[in-house]
Design a binder for this molecule. Structure first.
Ligand code: ANZ
Ligand code: ZN
Length: 861
């Protein structure tokens, strides 16, 4: 074929690879395994460039590792439950299942046009009963282990939409859809006890050297471990059964500086403080207002701090002084004890609050080496180190030392206890939504909460439901779903109608891929132990916290339940950068997208992949460039023409068809399979470089250097961009040779070798053209089943090296000299040069300095 006809080549090879199952893998104990995984997509309907980037990166890794001899698991599937399907149903009346299925079909077709090396036999979709049966089963494992429980929780409630909102749907305290003020409503909700694992989730980050530090830091901050003290502030006389207020502080060194105390408006004492309170109405109005604010808003540093005095006092436990009890928006009910001691001099938030409400200031830490703080002159809090003052027996102590000393003192005197706290909350998994995995619990009048027995799983999601925005699960609209019999007593019972957060489904899909057909287990023990953990996980940094944290939690629980051997799911993590257009992230809402379908139609998948991999290192953001795409396309054409020049008229595609069946390794299913080919005669194993002329030697060197660079760039650093430029340099070198050396003098076996190496290292990046050209040069089997080429260190040695000649430190001449000359030979070569001779004529040589392979400096007088 004369022309690089990607439109013919690409679909043809995709079909052939599929027909021959070249990407199918089984657990093969004889081979080292490698599990390469990209985050599975939500089936929104269309592939976007972010997907293309994510999967192109994964595909290079998977193909490279396969060629290196690993048994590579590289699966793909669908994160298929979730709200958009339900919204589409409400808007257009399409059943969520139909909408999702047709989106999956569309995206699968699009993915297949990219020529990715997925084992499609392992495809999973979380919305199928075969999958969510096991999501439900796993829920029950958690439930039986005491890790799933139900409790009343405050959720965001929009009174006008009459629905529960996720935190992300609350914008500045208002409903994202209708802008009405969001309220808090106490509803019974299901939780996973992830807080039990908080410490291990922090500690085990150490086991993940292959994760980006920034992701580990984000997880650590999210879990938010802190060490402090729970300190009791006595109430002068008991109120509603309370005789003290307990605060949580990490700054017990400031206990002598407390000038007020703040309760979260939800604190259980508040109701009692309102009894016979002249300000009751005013305080209730304040509470109502705060309850309408989201947690995010309440804790944001730039949110106005608002509070109200309750009229009550408690006592400072160490000084006995009276301390006014306030309520404020910035104290959260669900952290620590829901009560905070206010130290305005040493905490900026408290300082702002105290300024606003004219509360007293008391300095208890003085900085060293600068003038003393004077409370009345302070314009912000002093939060740094210093020496304690106004602190009784602790005066003069460094405040960091005082942390330990005061903690010990309050413990000894029974005024408090040391306490470790975590920001992490238990994971709220119930959704009053239809398109999710039903929670497998029934409620019996007699037996109460009863788990659905394993043999009754899955609890099938019924098809026809009514969508009414009343905040209740649409499943409630199906009486035949709701009413059931109790598995324990056979009496009447009702099903739980909440479904699970889709993050539950995506917390274990990587385990399912190891044995996706199994209808006896969520995953087969032998398969999961063979494949896990994931050697390389690749996805967007937007999942740095939730998905990755939940998956780590799941793996740890399953490890503890002795269901999997590993206790971390992902050994290495690569978070790819965004795809930008005009400097901002490509997105539908901004209208700055480029459609992968159009690009692939116009230039082919190989061009799209090559451009994306070449344009930036994977972690960095990538700026889309039409010229860059064209450049990648031109490069592939150049490769094509080069091979055609030496292999004219080969009928590549038909050759491929023969090549594919010749090795008849019969698989158990009777279909022929290609076994990994040894690199055939195309490659010269030990090039005898010494016997070659310099052009030939340089050609061999470039071929071997390229293999070395690509191997290291992919294998050690994921620098796909520099790997591609190495390949480009090899192509340039081949053209140079072709144009420079007379046709008769060209060494064809060396050219063949170089072309074969070129095609082999290009294969992970541009799989279709590489396959086509591999067939054209007479390679046997699929290029994707070849061994990765090695390089010969002896061939890397540069024949000639550039050496600079200086006279008195000034560059006067550049010489091409044989590699590795010693000082004496270098000096001789320099002196031999005519221009050098002219320049030093009549002068005295004082000394000559030489640096091998680099420089000769002649000092003259
Ligand atoms: C007194 C104090 C003085 C504080 C000072 C800080 C600086 P981390 O590290 O995140 O655990 N706090 C405690 N419970 C709170 C709640 N429910 N809502 C809002 N804030 C709360 O933070 C612990 C610190 O956060 C605690 O230490 C407490 O304020 C505040 F100069 O106590 B500190
Ligand atoms: Zn019962």
């Amino acid at each position: 074929q004369e022309r690089y006809d990607f439109q013919a080549i690409e679909p043809q090879w995709q079909q052939q690879w599929q027909d021959e199952h070249i990407y199918r893998v089984t657990e093969d104990p004889a081979k080292p395994k490698y599990y390469c995984l990209e985050m599975f997509p939500y089936p929104s309907g269309n592939l976007h460039m972010g997907h293309v980037r994510n999967y192109s990166i994964g595909d290079v890794v998977a193909r490279f590792k396969t060629m290196q001899g690993f048994n590579v698991l590289h699966p793909m599937g669908w994160d298929a439950f979730g709200l958009p399907a339900e919204n589409a149903a409400i808007k257009h009346g399409v059943p969520p299942a139909d909408w999702t299925k047709s989106n999956i079909a569309n995206m699968r077709t699009q993915l297949k046009t990219m020529g990715l090396s997925y084992d499609w036999d392992r495809e999973v979709a979380t919305c199928t009963p075969e999958y969510y049966k096991w999501t439900q089963w796993l829920f029950l494992q958690f439930y039986n282990a005491g890790l799933a429980y139900k409790k009343k929780a405050n959720v965001n409630w929009c009174p006008s939409c009459a629905t529960v909102l996720a935190n992300e749907q609350v914008v500045e305290g208002a409903c994202e859809r209708c802008d009405s003020t969001v309220e808090k409503k106490a509803l019974e909700q299901w939780f996973f006890r992830i807080t039990d694992y908080a410490q291990r989730l922090i500690d085990d980050l150490e086991k993940l050297p292959g994760w980006p530090d920034k992701v580990k830091t984000m997880q650590e901050n999210w879990i938010g471990r802190s060490e402090g003290v729970e300190m009791d502030f006595p109430l002068p006389s008991p109120i509603g059964g309370f005789d003290k207020l307990t605060v949580y502080t990490t700054r017990q060194d400031t206990i002598y500086g407390v000038t007020y105390l703040v309760l979260a408006p939800e604190h259980p004492l508040v109701e009692h403080l309102l009894q016979n309170n002249p300000k009751e109405a005013e305080i209730r109005a304040f509470i109502k207002k705060v309850l309408g604010q989201s947690e995010i808003l309440r804790t944001a540093t730039d949110t106005e701090k608002e509070g109200i005095f309750t009229g009550h006092y408690c006592q400072n436990p160490v000084t006995g002084e009276p301390v006014a009890i306030w309520l404020a928006n910035y104290v959260l009910a669900e952290y620590g004890t829901g009560a905070v001691m206010g130290v305005p001099t040493h905490d900026q938030r408290d300082f702002e609050f105290a300024q606003k409400y004219a509360l007293p200031l008391k300095v208890v830490i003085q900085p060293v080496g600068v003038p003393d703080l004077v409370a009345d002159d302070m314009d912000h809090a002093y939060e740094d180190e210093g020496v304690l003052v106004n602190s009784d027996r602790f005066n003069g102590m460094n405040n960091n030392d005082a942390l330990a000393a005061i903690a010990a003192y309050v413990e000894e005197t029974g005024k408090g206890v040391r306490k470790v706290n975590f920001r992490l909350r238990d994971w709220l998994i119930s959704r009053q939504r239809y398109w999710g995995a039903p929670i497998p619990i029934v409620y019996c009048d007699k037996c109460g909460e009863v788990a659905v027995p394993d043999q009754d799983l899955p609890v099938i999601l019924p098809n026809d439901v009514e969508f009414k925005p009343n905040g209740e699960s649409p499943l409630k609209s199906r009486p035949d779903f709701v009413h059931t019999t109790c598995p324990k007593c056979g009496g009447p019972a009702q099903r739980e109608t909440d479904t699970m957060d889709t993050f539950v489904c995506s917390s274990w899909y990587y385990l399912r891929y190891t044995a996706p057909y199994s209808d006896k287990d969520a995953f087969e023990r032998s398969a999961v132990d063979y494949w896990m953990n994931v050697d390389q996980y690749i996805g967007g940094v937007e999942h740095a916290i939730l998905h990755l944290l939940y998956s780590r939690f799941f793996t740890k629980v399953l490890h503890d339940l002795n269901l999997v051997a590993v206790d971390e799911p992902f050994a290495n993590l690569l978070t790819q950068g965004m795809v930008l257009l005009g400097g901002s992230k490509m997105s539908k809402s901004k209208g700055n997208t480029v459609s992968p379908e159009e690009i692939i139609a116009k230039y082919g998948a190989d061009t799209a992949r090559l451009f994306i991999l070449f344009a930036a290192p994977p972690e960095r953001d990538l700026e889309w460039s039409d010229r860059g795409v064209e450049g990648a396309h031109r490069f592939l054409n150049r490769v094509w023409r080069l091979v055609q020049a030496y292999y004219p008229g080969e009928e590549a595609s038909t050759a491929g068809a023969e090549a594919s069946t010749e090795t008849g390794n019969e698989a158990s299913d009777g279909k022929s399979r290609i076994s990994l080919q040894q690199i055939a005669s195309l490659l010269i194993t030990n090039p005898d470089v010494a016997s070659l002329n310099s052009d030939d030697r340089e050609l061999v060197r470039m071929a071997h250097v390229t293999v070395k660079r690509v191997t290291e760039d992919i294998g050690q650093r994921f620098n796909f961009n520099t790997a591609v430029s190495a390949i480009m340099e090899l192509v340039n070198a081949l053209y140079l040779y072709k144009d420079k050396v007379a046709p008769k003098a060209q060494n064809l076996s060396l050219i063949k070798d170089a072309l074969a190496r070129l095609i082999l290292v290009l294969a992970p990046f541009a799989p279709h053209i590489s396959e086509e050209l591999w067939q054209a040069i007479g390679g046997s089997g699929s290029v994707h089943q070849q061994s990765w080429p090695s390089y010969d260190p002896a061939a890397l040695v540069q024949d000639q090296v550039p050496v600079v000649v200086q006279i008195n430190g000034k560059v006067r001449e550049k010489l091409q000299l044989p590699n590795g000359l010693d000082g004496e030979a270098l000096q001789a070569a320099a002196m031999d040069n005519q221009r050098v001779q002219e320049l030093i004529q009549g002068k005295t040589i004082v000394k000559v300095i030489t640096v091998p392979n680099k420089l000769v400096n002649i000092v003259v007088r």
